[in-house]
Design a protein around this ligand. Structure first.
Ligand SMILES: [Zn+2]
Length: 253
């Protein structure tokens, strides 16, 4: 259904379709936005980084949670820096882990306070979600997020207004590990490596917005992903560097 709808209707997600998808997937994130994540219709959103590099960015959503420590261990073992789009409430609950994320040189982003689909929330609630998450993440990590990624990648006009007010840059993704599905580590790695190329922003998860799924398959996929990226001559870079923000991107070449 979405394969047909998304390209035909431009990239905005029709509420009816989105609603159907949310229902179809129960309360979990349906990821119907896979085809719409590149939309610039409602506001600017980065979905890939510089292509004149030999690097990709790894991003982890929905944490911090119980499995975040193991993700951090795997990143440390490969000397890689990633970006964690944290859910504010999770950052409060797991403040020590959140602090470790920042202390180990990873970047943090705003992934809302309780992981709602902004399309179904009022402008006031959307503003509240973003502001609360900023405070919670900064409180736990001592770093104020500069990036935001809306839950399930679903944006609304109110979301962009709120993000702009907080000077948050919206970052989607170009490659997904599909680790929200019940698939194993090899399959997750295969999804990532199939599409990874210079400039890719890769979506994975270190937590679950429902708080019920563990991320052991994602953790197990990481060594396979690092190995595959290396074979393709691709390095892992922090998101800000891949987007050409701040430090000189010359190091990427
Ligand atoms: Zn999410």
């Amino acid at each position: 259904m979405f394969n047909v709808l998304a390209p035909t209707l431009g990239s905005f997600i029709p509420p009816v379709a989105a609603g159907a998808c949310v229902v179809a997937a129960g309360a979990s994130c349906a990821y119907y936005a896979t085809y719409a994540v590149r939309s610039q219709w409602l506001g600017a959103a980065d979905w890939r980084g510089r292509e004149d590099t030999s690097s990709v960015a790894l991003t982890f959503d929905d944490g911090p949670g119980e499995d975040t420590a193991r993700v951090l261990d795997a990143l440390a073992a490969h000397g890689a820096r990633a970006t964690f789009f944290m859910v504010g409430r999770q950052a409060e609950r797991n403040a020590r882990t959140a602090r470790r994320v920042a202390a180990e040189g990873h970047e943090v982003g705003n992934h809302s306070y309780t992981h709602p689909i902004y399309l179904y929330r009022s402008a006031r609630e959307t503003r509240r979600q973003l502001a609360l998450a900023q405070g919670a993440i900064e409180g736990a990590t001592e770093v104020r997020p500069r990036f935001a990624r809306p839950p399930c990648g679903v944006r609304s006009p109110a979301y962009f207004r709120a993000a702009r007010a907080l000077e948050l840059r919206t970052v989607q993704w170009s490659v997904a590990g599909f680790d929200w599905k019940p698939i194993g580590a090899r399959e997750i790695a295969r999804h990532v490596l199939k599409d990874a190329r210079a400039g890719s922003i890769i979506l994975l998860h270190d937590g679950d917005s429902e708080g019920k799924a563990d991320r052991r398959e994602t953790v197990a996929a990481l060594p396979l992903i690092f190995e595959g990226l290396k074979e393709r001559g691709l390095k892992v870079a922090p998101l800000s560097r891949l987007l050409g923000i701040g430090e000189a991107a010359a190091e990427l070449r």
